[in-house]
Design a protein around this ligand. Structure first.
Ligand SMILES: NC(=O)C1=CN([C@@H]2O[C@H](COP(=O)(O)OP(=O)(O)OC[C@H]3O[C@@H](n4cnc5c(N)ncnc54)[C@H](OP(=O)(O)O)[C@@H]3O)[C@@H](O)[C@H]2O)C=CC1
Ligand SMILES: O=C1O[C@H](COP(=O)(O)O)[C@@H](O)[C@H](O)[C@H]1O
Length: 501
């Protein structure tokens, strides 16, 4: 970690009237303030087009805290006094000059030495323009540090991501750019490194010698809600796999870094992503499966199919589900499939990683009429947070018979109230100058390079039979077949008591 002593700063939120600011950013800033993790000398400037006043902006911030069901204490008025609003036109130099003047005033008022953090919570087509004006109009400050936080999506393929990156790099250095992947702020995603590198029993087994396959599932029960317009141009591959899923794979596959510094961790993740076995377009069908949900039942409720959602064409060929088999061609992982799957309108909201260990070459407790139970390490990312280890123990009252036993550690049972939200942690890290849990450009580029082949193959092959899974199910049959061909199956993500074959 690279910790910055100088953390009193101004935060400028571009897109301060939007959904992300309301649902995630204001509550996170308030939590940091309440816990004393934000220096008391801070300022927040919200910018967007609409003509709000400071008062209406503050009322909106307060409403966002109420909506997030936060415990707001007697300090709300003081907190809100650090917030100002500026109606803004991103293409007009005068707006940037007004912003600079306002920041100067607030820096004086709150004794801030010029540190500025610019948070891009706006449609991505504006990111390059804003970064360039921040520099040309002198809002990027010479007096303190400058940091640019960039929301997803970072491009829609490698060329567009490269173009965006070049635009940003004209104005900001790589170490001033913080590309957010909110999965990297999740408590249990951060725990992957600790589980691996803090436990002799796991690190010594963490390779193709002992692991047979790894499964990463991130299933969502919600559909596309009101984001049909965005989602139909994106799909599950770009929306989830290119970023969150590949980041989790990189953390699971990387070599131990020589120390926990930003550069060392990133460098190992980059090496893991470079080891992903590339595919040709023709090979994509062998490794990847796409799906789109049709109508179905969620709990008791009938829900429509994807093609009937708002702003989605009725003949859409956008995938709402993707499953794949990734091979990592390096010494540690050769021969071990990493299976990933993610989708909307699946049976459960759940993110889990299951590490399946190889069977013993000879197990004295194998019975011809009983199926074998492999050892499993399960990392529960959300909504439950914790670790389970599935072992074999003696079946009580019998002799010579083994039965699966599960050891559970529940992280959010211990301290659920104090588990910080991902955005809160990432904002805190960015203020500290710690970029470890943000993605380096090379990681973004390698991920797009891998994903672009899949999206090209899917665009060129229009012969898809969509919808191919019912809302409320666990996805298309082809995703089960993908594992069955290798002699595996997806481990259940819902009811842990089912952890026997
Ligand atoms: N919402 C979420 O949960 C997530 C969002 N993101 C990303 O965050 C970013 C923002 O998303 P979200 O908050 O949902 O989007 P919204 O559409 O809700 O908000 C967009 C914001 O941008 C402002 N805006 C739009 N055009 C202009 C303009 N020309 N000049 C100035 N301001 C403008 C809007 O305000 P006004 O209309 O007043 O100008 C509004 O504040 C996107 O990149 C998205 O992909 C990423 C992960 C999750
Ligand atoms: O980035 C995104 O993530 C969410 C899922 O995030 P989670 O923290 O709830 O697992 C997903 O719904 C959204 O489509 C995607 O853009």
């Amino acid at each position: 970690m690279n910790i910055e002593a100088n953390t009193n700063c101004s935060i400028v939120i571009f897109g301060a009237t939007g959904d992300l600011a309301k649902r995630k950013l204001f509550p996170s800033i308030y939590n940091l303030y309440r816990k004393g993790q934000l220096d008391s000398r801070f300022a927040v400037v919200g910018v967007a087009r609409r003509g709000w006043t400071d008062e209406s902006f503050r009322e909106n911030v307060a409403a966002s805290l109420r909506d997030s069901k936060m415990q707001v204490e007697g300090d709300l008025e003081d907190f809100l006094s650090h917030f100002r609003y500026l109606a803004f036109d991103v293409t007009n130099t005068a707006s940037y000059q007004d912003l600079n003047t306002l920041l100067g005033e607030m820096e004086q008022q709150f004794d801030i030495p010029g540190n500025r953090m610019f948070y891009m919570a706006m449609a991505p087509e504006f990111f390059g323009t804003i970064a360039s004006y921040l520099k040309s109009e002198g809002v990027k400050n010479e007096k303190g540090w400058n940091r640019l936080i960039i929301e997803k999506p970072f491009g829609r393929d490698l060329p567009s991501a490269q173009k965006l990156n070049e635009e940003l790099r004209q104005a900001f250095a790589e170490d001033e750019i913080y590309r957010i992947d909110h999965y990297l702020g999740k408590e249990m995603v951060q725990n992957i490194e600790v589980i691996r590198f803090g436990n002799a029993i796991f690190e010594s087994l963490w390779s193709n010698r002992y692991i047979s396959n790894i499964q990463v599932t991130s299933s969502e029960s919600l559909g596309v809600e009101d984001r049909g317009g965005y989602y139909d141009k994106s799909g599950a591959l770009r929306d989830m796999l290119q970023n969150h899923m590949l980041q989790m794979v990189a953390l699971l596959a990387m070599e131990p870094p020589i120390r926990l510094s930003t550069d060392e961790v990133r460098s190992e993740k980059i090496k893991a992503l470079r080891s992903l076995r590339p595919m040709t377009e023709e090979e994509v069908a062998k490794y990847f499966v796409r799906g789109q949900y049709g109508p179905g039942t969620m709990g008791e409720k009938e829900v429509p199919g994807y093609r009937s959602e708002g702003n989605v064409p009725e003949d859409s060929r956008t995938e709402t589900y993707v499953a794949g088999k990734l091979m990592i061609d390096n010494f540690r992982w050769a021969g071990v499939p990493f299976y990933v799957r993610t989708g909307k309108r699946m049976a459960e909201k759940s993110t889990k990683i299951v590490i399946q260990f190889k069977d013993l070459p000879m197990n004295l407790y194998d019975k011809a009429d009983e199926k074998k139970q492999p050892n499993l390490l399960i990392i529960h990312i959300q909504p439950d947070e914790g670790i389970s280890l599935v072992l074999n123990g003696k079946k009580m009252g019998t002799s010579g018979t083994a039965t699966p036993v599960k050891l559970d550690y529940c992280n959010n049972c211990v301290d659920s109230l104090n588990t910080p939200e991902a955005y809160e942690k990432l904002l805190y890290d960015a203020i500290q100058g710690d970029g470890t849990n943000f993605t380096h450009w090379d990681e973004v580029a390698l991920s797009w390079q891998f994903v672009d082949v899949i999206s090209k193959a899917w665009t060129n092959n229009t012969n898809v039979d969509f919808p191919n899974y019912a809302a409320g199910s666990m996805g298309p049959q082809a995703a089960d077949d993908l594992l069955a061909e290798d002699g595996f199956h997806w481990w259940p993500i819902a009811d842990d008591s089912e952890f026997s074959i």
